[in-house]
Design a protein around this ligand. Sequence first.
Ligand SMILES: N[C@@H](CCC(=O)N[C@@H](CS)C(=O)NCC(=O)O)C(=O)O
Length: 218
Amino acid sequence: MSITLYGASLSPFVRKLRAALVEKGLEFEQVQVDPFRPPQNYRELSPFGRIPALRDGDRVLADSGVICAYLDAQYPQNSLSYTDPYLNARVQWFEKFGDYELAPVLTFGVFRNRVLMRFLGKPCDEQHVASCLTGKMPPLMDYLEANAPEQGFIVGDRLTIADLAIATHFVNLGHGGEHIDTARWPKSAAYVQRILARPSIAQSVEQEKAFITKILSR
Ligand SMILES: N[C@@H](CCC(=O)N[C@@H](CS)C(=O)NCC(=O)O)C(=O)O
């Protein structure tokens, strides 16, 4: 079956899914979809218009978590999950930590204001960015610091979808001009850097930076 990923490369959820496809060694093509100007009939793929969506032959799915779970079950090579129930529940926990705790702060708070608003010619709400950076982000980082491994991965002894789901939001934080305070959260900073250095993420981040520079210099 042929796999198509729909979504814009700057989306952390699209980046997570793309990295998962690469890590699993699956062939795919990507169709760029701007969720704010979606192509006609996009809701047939993603009922609420969000990115990413995925087509695998005649099967269509939306939501990065759902799609990654499907891919791991359908294509077991280079698994990004575990069969052990507890280990896998931990993977799901940390995946949700990325998708539902880090996302609202690092991506929808900092990146959206600092980058997307500028793309749209709208003002950046620096007050909201400051409240994210000084109010909402520190407790999340304290939690990550308490759980980040000195070496390796957040759950077990190999890469899982949890690592990708967490690290991807730090790419958006970086696009928004902010970074982890390495003095305050050293383990988290080193852990995120290790995951982001994987070719499955690093290669596309360089293209993303060039794209942002091009759009903002217009
Ligand atoms: N939980 C979803 C979140 C997807 C999501 O929020 N995507 C954003 C882009 S980063 C989007 O499509 N926003 C447009 C909208 O909500 O209408 C997932 O993991 O795929």
